[in-house]
Design a protein around this ligand. Structure first.
Ligand code: SIN
Length: 353
C-alpha cells in the first residue's frame, strides 16, 4: 500500500511539472527561446519600390528583373516589393514618399524631376535625340552624370537611368501631320516648362495631369490628346479614347531610378554593391528590350485597335524642328550652358548628314 502511495505521488508530481513548464503556464510573457530563423527575419531588408506604369511596359518588366536579380544575389536577404500602376502613390507624390521614407525606391519619368531640378529639363528638349544611341550617350555619359550629381544634394540617391521610348502624339480631333495641325488643341502633359514651351510653340495648350488620371480625362474630353510612348498608350488603353496617333518620335521618355539616401547609407557595403550590380544588369536589359517592347505595342495597336496611325517623314520632321526652335531659346533661362552644349553636340553627332 505504502509503495502504491509513493508511486502515485511521483506520477502526480510529474503531471503537475509537465503542465506547469511543458505547457508554459508559468508565465504568458516568458522570453521566446533563441532561434536562428528569428534572427534571419529581423536582418531581412525590404525595399518598397513604387512606380506608376503598367507591368507589361519596359519599366514594369525592368522592376521585376531588378527585384529577381537582387533577391537571387543576396539569397533573399533583400526583398524588393514592387507597387506598380500608382497602387501606393501617384506621380506627384512619389518624390515626397521617397524622401519621407514611405518607400525606398522610385523610378519617375525624368520630366517629373524637372520642376525640382531644372537641369533635368534638358532631357525633354524636342528632337534632341535623333536615335536611341543618342539617348544612351546622354543617359550614360556626361549629361547623366551631371544630372545624378544634382540629385545628390537631396534626400534621394540616383542609381541610374532606365529606358522607355520616343513619345508620340495621340488625339481625337484630327490627324496630326504638320505643326499647324496642333492649333488650339488641348493636351495632357507631364510637368516641366520645356514640355509646356514645346506645345506653346505649335499653338496648343496643356494641362499637367497625373499619368493614372489621363484615361479618365481623355474619356470626358477634358483634354483632346496626350503624348506618350507606344507602350504606355497601349498598356493604359489610351487608344480607346483617341482616334489618331502620329509616330513623330519628337522627344524621349525615360526614367531616373532613385533610392532613399538615408536607407542607402545604412545598407552594408556588400548590399550596396549587389544593388549596384543588379542595377547595371537591369539597365543593360531595358536598353536592349525597350525598343522591341515599344515596337511590339505599335504592332498590337495596328492589329487590335481602330486608332489611325500616321508616320512623319523626314521632310515633315524638318518643319516641326523649325517650329520648336524657340523652345531651345527658352531652355537657356534655366538649364546650365554646359548641358545645352553637350546635348547639341550629341544631336549633331547622331543626325544623319
Ligand atoms: C511613366 O511611364 O512612368 C509615366 C509617363 C507619363 O506620365 O506620361
Amino acid at each position: 500500500m505504502k509503495t502504491i502511495v509513493i508511486i502515485s505521488s511521483f506520477i502526480l508530481a510529474g503531471v503537475l511539472t509537465a503542465l506547469f513548464f511543458g505547457f508554459n503556464l508559468a508565465s504568458g510573457t516568458s522570453p521566446i527561446e533563441y532561434d536562428d530563423d528569428q534572427e534571419g527575419i529581423s536582418e531581412q531588408v525590404i525595399i518598397r519600390f513604387s512606380h506608376v506604369a503598367a507591368e507589361n511596359t519596359p519599366k514594369g518588366m525592368a522592376a521585376r528583373y531588378f527585384a529577381k536579380s537582387v533577391q537571387a544575389k543576396t539569397n533573399n536577404e533583400i526583398q524588393v516589393e514592387i507597387y506598380s500602376n500608382a497602387e501606393l502613390f501617384q506621380d506627384q507624390n512619389e518624390w515626397e514618399a521617397l524622401t519621407d521614407g514611405k518607400v525606398e525606391m522610385i523610378a519617375p519619368a525624368t520630366a517629373k524631376l524637372s520642376t525640382l531640378f531644372p537641369n533635368w529639363q534638358v532631357l525633354d528638349l524636342p528632337y534632341a535625340f535623333p536615335n536611341n544611341k543618342a539617348v544612351q550617350e546622354a543617359y550614360e555619359g556626361k549629361i547623366g552624370e551631371k544630372l545624378l550629381n544634382d540629385l545628390s544634394q537631396s534626400k534621394g540617391e540616383g542609381l541610374g537611368f532606365w529606358y522607355n521610348g520616343f513619345k508620340q502624339f495621340t488625339n481625337d480631333k484630327r490627324p496630326i501631320i504638320e505643326p499647324e495641325d496642333m492649333d488650339q488643341l488641348h493636351f495632357r502633359t507631364m510637368p516641366g516648362p520645356i514640355i509646356e514651351a514645346q506645345f506653346e510653340a505649335v499653338n496648343a495648350s496643356t494641362s499637367e495631369l497625373s499619368f493614372n488620371k489621363t484615361y479618365q480625362n481623355l474619356e470626358v474630353d477634358f483634354v483632346d490628346g496626350q503624348e506618350n510612348t507606344a507602350s504606355n498608350i497601349y498598356s493604359k488603353k489610351f487608344y480607346e479614347e483617341q482616334q489618331f496617333m502620329t509616330i513623330s518620335n519628337h522627344a524621349y521618355l525615360g526614367y531616373a531610378v532613385i533610392i532613399n539616401e538615408q536607407f542607402w547609407n545604412k545598407l552594408s557595403e556588400s548590399h550596396q554593391k549587389t544593388i549596384t550590380t543588379s542595377m547595371e544588369e537591369t539597365t543593360d536589359w531595358i536598353r536592349r528590350h525597350s525598343i522591341e517592347i515599344n515596337d511590339s505595342h505599335i504592332r498590337e495597336l495596328k492589329r487590335t485597335s481602330d486608332i489611325k496611325i500616321d508616320v512623319l517623314t523626314n521632310e515633315q520632321k524638318k518643319k516641326w524642328k523649325k517650329r520648336f526652335m524657340p523652345v531651345y531659346i527658352h531652355a537657356e533661362k534655366s538649364i546650365s550652358p554646359s548641358l545645352l552644349k553637350e546635348i547639341k553636340r550629341i544631336q549633331e553627332h547622331y543626325s544623319s548628314p
